[in-house]
Design a binder for this molecule. Structure first.
Ligand code: ACO
Length: 324
């Protein structure tokens, strides 16, 4: 017998306001056709004034707790992945913890940009399998609309706001690949690429929040290779093959990157969960948002093998194989 982190439930939250490509085209020099053709994005959600990352995260967490059928008081670990915290400090995770009425255990933020949710899952998984905590909320929540330069058409059309969460529980399992839970996680980073996708501000460097800057072509050039590398690592570590995967739930950055990665790995298009058209790139929130859509519409069923992957600023990248 061995301890495994098993997903008990998931939830998500999207701000009410939707920003379409047509609305963007009325403000800046772009078009629906250009955005859809290059990215697959048709619309994104934008947080309301006064609506913070913690508010989105709390809503997603409540939905996940309800779906899991567990009480907030049973949570003893919160790991929140975000690059758009409410404040420089304290961690947005403690605002979420407080908002849920939890005053025990530990809560902290994790910063790995678009790979944040995969990094957060792997982190919580280690704490649960190590026996330090029993039940965790793993959340990805972002308000990227607040760090966009709305005059930069090369970046502002790509991102959106939202949050997603899962409840993970440490359970004794036989340890086989057919047992439920997180089977393996593979994390990577390489800071030599840090200037290709970054925010040009921060408390220590400029004492400002700053705006997102990106060399889109450079990101694109590296993305598919990095994504497929960590997926191959995950398959090799478990002895599973691409045919065993029921659902591929990638970070929703760009449809072309997702299509190219799936194609390179020979993952059938009907196994790919796509939400980038509706959500845009919500960074650390994109995987749990997509997961929640596929679970709630009935595609993901108990016992299915899910492959999650992400790549983002840093660069950071990673994969998780998980039995639902
Ligand atoms: N509307 C119209 N034209 C635009 C827009 C826009 N929104 N943005 C850029 N252009 C123009 C450029 O000005 C340029 O014009 P020029 O030829 O007259 O100079 C032309 O389109 C081509 O610009 P590129 O930046 O070379 O366009 P590209 O084909 O590379 O597409 C894109 C840009 C979509 C950003 C692409 O590089 C990409 O998908 N990169 C991956 C980056 C990504 O997805 N990042 C998300 C964050 S990272 C992550 O989550 C993994």
């Amino acid at each position: 017998m061995t301890l495994r982190s098993v997903v008990l439930g998931c939830g998500s939250y999207l701000p009410r306001q939707i920003l379409t490509n047509a609305e963007l085209a009325s403000r800046i020099d772009t078009s629906d056709e250009w955005i859809v053709q290059r990215t697959g994005i048709k619309q994104r959600h934008i947080a309301a004034e006064g609506e913070f990352t913690s508010h989105l995260a709390i809503n997603a967490a409540r939905a996940a707790l309800e779906h899991a059928g567990v009480d907030a008081q049973s949570i003893d670990l919160i790991v929140l992945a975000t690059s758009t915290p409410d404040n420089t400090f304290p961690a947005t995770a403690v605002a979420v913890q407080n908002g849920l009425g939890i005053h025990h255990g530990a809560a902290f933020d994790l910063q790995a940009v678009c790979s944040g949710f995969v990094f957060a899952l792997a982190t919580a998984d280690n704490f649960l399998r190590g026996g330090a905590y029993k039940r965790a909320l793993v959340i990805g929540a972002e308000t990227f609309s607040r760090i966009l330069d709305w005059n930069d058409r090369g970046t502002c059309v790509l991102f959106g706001d939202g949050a997603g969460a899962v409840v993970l529980e440490a359970q004794q399992q036989g340890g086989a690949a057919s047992d439920r839970g997180i089977l393996t996680a593979h994390l990577r980073s390489d800071g030599q690429h840090k200037s290709k996708l970054y925010v040009d501000g921060g408390p220590s460097s400029s004492q400002t929040v700053g705006y997102l800057r990106m060399e889109g072509r450079e990101v694109f050039k590296h993305a598919v290779g990095m994504i497929t590398d960590v997926i191959v690592d995950a398959l090799n570590a478990t002895g599973l093959s691409v045919e065993d995967i029921n659902w591929f739930i990638p970070h929703q950055a760009n449809k072309r990157i997702i299509d190219a990665s799936a194609h390179k790995l020979h993952i059938a298009p009907q196994k790919v969960v796509l939400t980038v058209d509706r959500h845009g790139n919500t960074s650390a929130a994109s995987i749990p948002l997509a997961l929640d859509v596929a679970v709630k519409d009935g595609r993901v069923k108990k016992g299915d093998l899910l492959l999650l992957e992400a790549m983002g600023g840093g660069f950071t990248w990673g994969s998780v194989l998980l039995r639902w």
